[in-house]
Design a protein around this ligand. Structure first.
Ligand SMILES: [Cu+2]
Length: 128
């Protein structure tokens, strides 16, 4: 008899969780600072071209989990290096013509970066 009651309670709890999840989005629940909700959008890959000593687009706003691929389209070598220490460090080797550098971003942050060979080349990634 006791087992039946416990089983019924477990079923009720499971059922109520099921209902909660269908009617409440993750952002409505405060689960603490360590909770990283699964992205509610498809993960995307963006491309930034490095051409004529310019990152294009110079500023890119993406979502957590997205990836950026930089491609050097100049005959001159370029790098992708974050200026300040951030959670996600951008730190490419010198990219020759046609070479790529990719990075996935998993934290909300703003990263200013440059080409360390030509520091006047500036770019920014905003992860939201
Ligand atoms: Cu450069």
């Amino acid at each position: 008899m006791n087992k039946l009651i416990i089983f019924s309670i477990v079923l009720m709890i499971l059922f109520s969780f099921g209902c909660t999840q269908t009617t409440t989005t993750a952002t409505d629940i405060n689960l603490g600072d360590n909770f990283n909700p699964a992205p509610n959008h498809p993960l995307q890959t963006y491309t930034v071209s490095i051409k004529n000593f310019t990152f294009s687009p110079a500023t890119l706003t993406i979502n957590q989990g997205d990836t950026i691929i930089w491609t050097n389209e100049d005959s001159m070598d370029h790098t992708v290096k974050s200026i300040a220490k951030q959670y996600t460090a951008l730190n490419s080797d010198p990219l020759h013509n046609g070479q790529t550098y990719s990075q996935t971003f998993n934290m909300p942050e703003t990263i200013d970066y440059i080409c360390s060979i030509h520091p006047s080349m500036k770019g920014k990634v905003i992860v939201q």
